[in-house]
Design a protein around this ligand. Structure first.
Ligand code: ATP
Ligand code: MG
Length: 362
């Protein structure tokens, strides 16, 4: 039996989940749980196919493992385990915990870390009643779900478990520990979204993971496949720049203001052109976006995806070669996309169509 210095069973924290990608939210709570409970190690266990994420395209398991490896490479007590690689089909936490018991017997005491957002849904998990018998559950903060809500629910559904909010590594199961960890409002969903919008993800996750994502072009899938579109009149594909011209005109027709066209061809693989424009109110932005979608579709310029329509503060429209950012005027300065992509050459509208802007050096 493996023991720590005091001759007791080693205490192992477990962090499961999709980890697509791993970020500082995962790392920081693991560090805090490790510290306050005096654990010996924390194991990161990316799920092969989580049951609640069946509809989304996951990043291949191997790449999610690679990212975890990069994220924890400087820690002596964080480990990555690829037990899940051998799983065929859906990964349930209960099966994972049983598997750990089968492999390691009584060698270790397990502490299963989960965020309050995940914990609040525990009753939908397979064989959820058995979980606190297989590992002490360690529930960490994740707003907006409050720890009071968790405390109420868990006291009701696990009447026989020892439940505490004190940071002590209970050894007798069933047990549940709720910890007031630092709440970092970071999620993989938001990171994936930022990447799709070509926005920065720096400081949300380790730099090595960010580089890995960029190098492998992860989470950009929606923008990379370029499809030939047909022109309404003669079925000829509309070149990117011609699509940009049509979209520019459409924005003008809808009274969009301060239209800026950036040539991204040498800057980013995401799109050939970015068009930034603004509306006078959120309603103006919403109306402009919905009319553009309809009218351009008639010209065979299809909007592949649209985000932000409900609020109208900013709307992102993806037309494959051309990505359009529409802003409600005050929000535009906040995002400062032109500043972000200041190296991108600008195009201006001329009688012959969009042409490179002439830049004069001072
Ligand atoms: P997604 O947005 O794709 O659901 P996620 O950021 O929630 O990703 P998961 O892989 O789903 O990350 O989370 C794995 C575990 O880590 C879950 O128990 C989740 O509650 C917890 N967790 C994730 N992010 C945080 C965070 N910022 N703070 C606390 N716990 C977190
Ligand atoms: Mg999640």
């Amino acid at each position: 039996m493996e023991t720590d210095k005091s001759g007791l069973r080693k205490k192992i924290g477990l962090l499961g989940g999709t980890l697509d990608p791993i970020h500082y939210g995962h790392l920081r709570v693991s560090e805090e749980v490790y510290e306050v409970l005096g654990l010996d190690e924390v194991w990161f266990l990316p799920a092969y196919q989580p049951p609640h994420k069946l509809s989304r395209n996951l990043t291949p398991f191997i790449q999610r493992i690679e990212m975890v490896k990069l994220a924890i490479k400087d820690s002596k007590y964080f480990k990555v385990k690829d037990l899940e690689a051998k799983r065929n089909g859906i990964s349930y936490s209960v099966d994972l915990l049983k598997q750990l018991h089968t492999i390691y017997g009584n060698q270790y005491l397990f502490y299963f870390i989960l965020g309050a957002d995940a914990a609040i849904d525990i009753e939908s998990w397979k064989e959820w009643q058995t979980l606190p018998f297989l590992a002490t559950l360690v529930i960490v903060k994740r707003p907006p779900v409050s720890m009071e809500e968790i405390s109420k629910k868990f006291t009701a559904i696990f009447p026989d478990a020892f439940i505490t909010r004190r940071p002590m590594a209970i050894e007798k199961q069933p047990a549940i520990i709720m910890l007031d960890t630092t709440a970092l409002d970071i999620s993989s969903t938001n990171i994936r979204k930022l990447i799709k919008q070509n926005r920065s993800i720096r400081f949300l996750l380790p730099e090595d993971v960010r580089n890995y994502i960029m190098k492998n072009g992860l989470y950009m899938e929606q923008y990379t496949g370029k499809v030939c579109r047909a022109n309404a009149n003669n079925d000829l594909p509309i070149e990117g720049i011609e699509a940009a011209r049509c979209i520019y005109k459409e924005i003008q027709d809808n009274k969009g203001e301060r239209i800026v066209v950036l040539d991204m061809r040498s800057i980013s693989p995401i799109a050939d052109f970015f068009i930034i424009a603004q509306g006078r109110s959120t309603r103006h932005v919403q109306g402009m976006a919905s009319r553009m979608k309809k009218d351009l579709s008639r010209k065979k310029i299809k909007c592949r995806s649209i985000e932000g329509e409900e609020e109208g503060k900013w709307v992102l429209m993806d037309f494959d070669d051309v990505v359009v950012h529409l802003f409600y005027e005050p929000v535009r300065a906040f995002y400062d996309l032109e500043g972000l992509w200041s190296e991108a050459p600008r195009l201006v509208m001329t009688l012959e169509g969009l042409r490179p802007e002439e830049r004069y050096e001072k």
